[in-house]
Design a protein around this ligand. Sequence first.
Ligand code: 9PG
Length: 821
Amino acid sequence: MICSAAHVGVVGARWPPWSSKSVAGRAERAAVGSTPIHSRPHQTTIVLTLTDHRLTSSALYFDFDPVRARFSIGRPNAPPLIRDAYALAQFDSCTSPTRDIRPNHITQQSIDDMHGRGLQMRIDFKPELGIVVSLFVTAYAGQPFITLRLSVENQSIHPQALRRLVPLHAWAGEGATIKFSPTPSALAFFVNGYQSWSYSGVRFAQQHEINTRLRSFTRPAYFNLTTPTSRTRGVFWSEMFGALIDRESRQALIAGQISCADQFAQVGVDTRLGRASLTMTCDLDGVPLEPGDTISSEEMFIQIIDLPSANPFATYIDAVARGMQPRQVGSAPLGWCSWYDTFYGIDEAQVLKRLQPQPVPIDLIQIDDGFSTKAGDWLSINDRFPHGMAWLAKQIRATDRRAGIWVAPFSAVRSSLAVQQHPDWWIHDQRGQHVLTGRNWGEPAFGLDTTHPAAQDHLRRMIETMVREGGYDYLKLDFLYAAAMQGIRYDQTRTRAQALRKGLELIRDAAGDDTFILGCGCPLGQAIGVVDAMRIGPDIAPEPEPSWLPRYHNISLGFNSERSMPSARNAIRNVLTRTAMHRKWWLNDPDCSIVRPARFMNETEVRSWASVVGLSGGLLMSGDDLNALAADRLRYIEALLPVLGEPAVALDMFEREMPELFMLRQHHAWGSGVLLGVFNWDDRPRRKLLNLARFDLDPFKPHHAVEFWSGRYQRVTHGELDVGVLPAHGCVVLALRPVLDRPHLVATTFHLTMGGEVQQFSTKAGTIEMKIKLGRRAKGEVWLAGCQSIGAAHDVRVVARDVWAISMAIDRSAAIDVAHT
Ligand code: 9PG
């Protein structure tokens, strides 16, 4: 145990010079017209019944067998999908499974909570060794899911260290079965990674779990180290939530934690033929359960959905949002982030250079890693910033931009003053050794004990200094997983999840409500309600230059199998698979736009990344020196402006590791249609044929198909579109819109959405009236159809039979009247 004196104070307080005045002219938080970012559930009437041992809604039933103390879950009028499951509580000294333990009582009550009105069944099992285990199962009148919560009460006279609470355990080797249909098939599993950077995507029965070969370098970052690792093909673990997928019977089981503030939770599965299994577990990290005390698991979610589903996690994501109260976020700033532009080479002069007029309207300048003397001594500024950080923020704000700064508030390297002077502030093990969080800065780094009062003061001072004295009201908080390392903390009654959340809340409190907080390297659930935005994938580029594949010191050999390491391929996968969180839990940050020419990332890949970022609707931050870009590259960021914010969904997310169909439904004043990113992630060219029915478009009606990047037009008449051969890692972005017999918009060439920027579109007496809002200057075309001819006053070209392109220049916005016959 480390026990040096705990000093209250700030380490390395050289962040000179701070203005003594309060921060003036701070950019307003972009929250105009902000709305709650989670939507209300659609209300359907579901009849709830609870007989002695059976709880039924119109979506699911939960059936308890009191003799065998096992339970089953299924859809009404169908055999159980999960049969003979049980719950268990695991202590350091013993395990209390509920199987074969006869229940003492089964009671029921009506409840009315954030999910609506429902019925709850409570099963209290007979005490064993003074431990009473209770299972709470709830079905809701207006919801298609049920929830499970397990609690333990210590009626003995001995404290117990609680390791895990497992509200549902259905493992094939232990008498349980999971069957989607009478004839079982091999299953697939959608895995959600531990934190921002961690792999998220589907795994198949014949595959191994995603792992890393880089051991201490990256394992503590990418994985929750207390989650079991599977070495068996087809057996997988997922953090927070997951989906067990049966493509044959076209169903999936969605499972996860709704509440997240107190515990990390996992879903574990076996997907192999005839061995289908599922377990849902909550980490209690050995916290003490004192005599007389009760501890409950998080509230766990179970839903069965039909496939294909355009947004399989939608109900789950909404349930979590109701439970975790996300922040209300409007739009995000358009910013420049130093990291992918200058990496560690950042200095004051470079930042000042980015303050000159930019070709696109940048309203945030965010300084990334590289300004401090040492990782961990974040207030100690190196000599590449001679005027200090407060001065620099002032220069940024003088250009009417918001000033942002990066910090890894819970991390420090071994040689930092923060660790050297205050060894007791850092999470350590039984032997008093600090727990390793990784080696990112060239030496071992450690995680802050956010339950330690002096460490808390240090954290508070650090953030207050940056925000109040420094004038930075946009914080990119990185390596946040460090606060959740397993180990010994000052307050040993706190779980790792609680320690992380405590640290995050403390930062929010110190930063104030008006500071925009972006989380990064962060376990997801605990940050909901604290952060405004969250990185949801690995870095788009490894240091020191962009690359399609992961590289370390520019070597790619051996890193292909790394799925969470910085690289365009890895970033893209997570952005596609985590799109459903956007605007529900926070704003998704897909990571920076990079459009410059690069050795290891070709233009095809740049175009695909721009398409993914644009379709994701997430944060748009540039990682380039925009003034150094040629027009043909600048186009890849211009096309995404303004950021329209609606997320596309990856339709084939349950079918392939790298989804290739990214779809956004469009409903606008001009009509409706589908915007579709079609990708080829293979390493060689591949032809793509699309069936309109897959996108819920009427295959019997003619459609316009416009490809954004090439400007190519096709008319789809038989429900099938031949996109042609896509290059390796290439894409097309298509607008698919029905052909109408009245004047209508086919597409625009201004914006990737080909019409999302068109705010008004009406036709009357031979005129089409349009309003376009672009927020920048641009030349482009508006494509119209359904007219006999276009008035001579316009600069018109014929794109195809009955499709006219009208050229125009727009300065921020325009009202356009098009005369036609
Ligand atoms: C600054 C960077 C940037 C970047 C962050 C984070 O070892 N790793 O796997 C690893 C992953 C990401 C990473 C660093 C290391 O980058 O995501 O945007 O801010 O820190 O140091």
